[in-house]
Design a protein around this ligand. Structure first.
Ligand code: CP
Length: 310
């Protein structure tokens, strides 16, 4: 698994040993981040580098996380968070030209787009590495990395864990990325969703063995990892269609009473009713820790892409 000078477009680029080695780099980044946040020591690991964030789809975490990662490493950022409305995409500029042009100015590009494959399309024409920050219902490789890093950090292992993946498994690129990474480890997959939102066959083939259920309460006491995500309303034909599935799975405090004492709850956020605020104070809730881990994962990725040794 080599990152130096490479585009990061898909979780398919990762492998087991490479992931474990990468997680060790992320761990070092936790120290770099702590030095910056607590001791005011600015890292210069990416001094002189410029990140361009091109977002054709809304984001709170991912864009800020990439930008924070670059800033914490001493680099700088140029950003457009509304490419569909305020870039020359409005004037029918092609992804070819956007990739070619932005790569004359930035050293690395992080891009999000609503269409599967569009980030890879822009990357074909970019002269600098491009990172997929989410392409439609396709892939979200850095989210997958930070989710699995959080499990590895919290549980101190991956092999042998029982991982429940709960919600809209059909459309969630986060779940698709999680499956593609967790498949390298000997985890027991429990897929929890309404039948109409079940994991696409291509991912089922990748993970091999799994259990599928519709009712979270039937399996909650088996789970070491409770990975939940919202209904991806933006991927449905209409909001009304999505509403049919709302409230079918809720990680409530009453259901958490039946969960293991050392289980962990993950969520990429944003959340809706599936993750009520009542469990934010449950020590098993790790979704805000995930945010900090995400910054460290992206810091590590920049260092690897630029060949910077920590
Ligand atoms: N987790 C995640 O991708 O969040 P945003 O959509 O806010 O970036």
């Amino acid at each position: 698994m080599k990152f130096k000078g490479q585009h990061i477009l898909s979780t398919k680029q990762f492998d087991k040993n490479g992931l474990l080695a990468f997680f060790e780099v992320v761990k070092k980044m936790e120290k770099v981040l702590e030095d910056a946040v607590i001791h005011g020591k600015q890292s210069k690991l990416c001094e002189g580098k410029i990140l361009a964030t091109l977002f054709y789809e809304p984001s709170t975490r991912t864009r800020f996380s990439f930008e924070t990662a670059m800033l914490r490493l001493g680099g700088r950022v140029i950003s457009n968070f509304d490419m569909l409305k305020t870039s020359s995409a409005v004037k029918m500029e092609t992804l070819f030209d956007t990739g070619k042009v932005v790569s004359q100015m930035a050293d690395v590009i992080a891009m999000r787009h609503p269409e599967v494959g569009s980030v890879a399309e822009l990357a074909r024409f970019s002269d600098v590495p491009v990172i997929n920050a989410g392409d439609g219902s396709g892939d979200h490789p850095t989210q997958g990395l930070l989710d699995v890093y959080t499990i590895w950090k919290e549980k101190r292992k991956l092999n042998g864990l029982t991982v429940g993946i709960i919600g809209d498994l059909k459309h969630s690129r986060v779940f698709h990325s999680q499956c593609e990474i967790l498949k390298f480890f000997n985890v027991n997959f429990v897929l929890i969703s309404p039948k109409a939102l079940s994991l696409p066959d291509k991912f089922k083939k990748e993970i091999g063995k799994f259990v599928e259920v519709e009712d979270l309460s039937k399996v909650i006491d088996d789970l070491d990892v409770i990975s939940v995500n919202r209904i991806q309303t933006e991927r449905f034909q209409s909001e009304k269609e999505a509403e049919k599935f709302r409230g079918k799975f809720v990680v409530s405090s009453s259901i958490m009473k039946k969960a293991k004492k050392d289980a962990i709850i993950l969520c990429p956020l944003p959340r809706r009713e599936e993750l009520p605020m009542e469990i934010d104070n449950d020590p098993r809730a790790k979704y805000f820790e995930q945010i900090k881990n995400g910054v460290c994962v992206r810091m590590a990725l920049f260092c690897e892409i630029f060949g910077v040794t920590v």
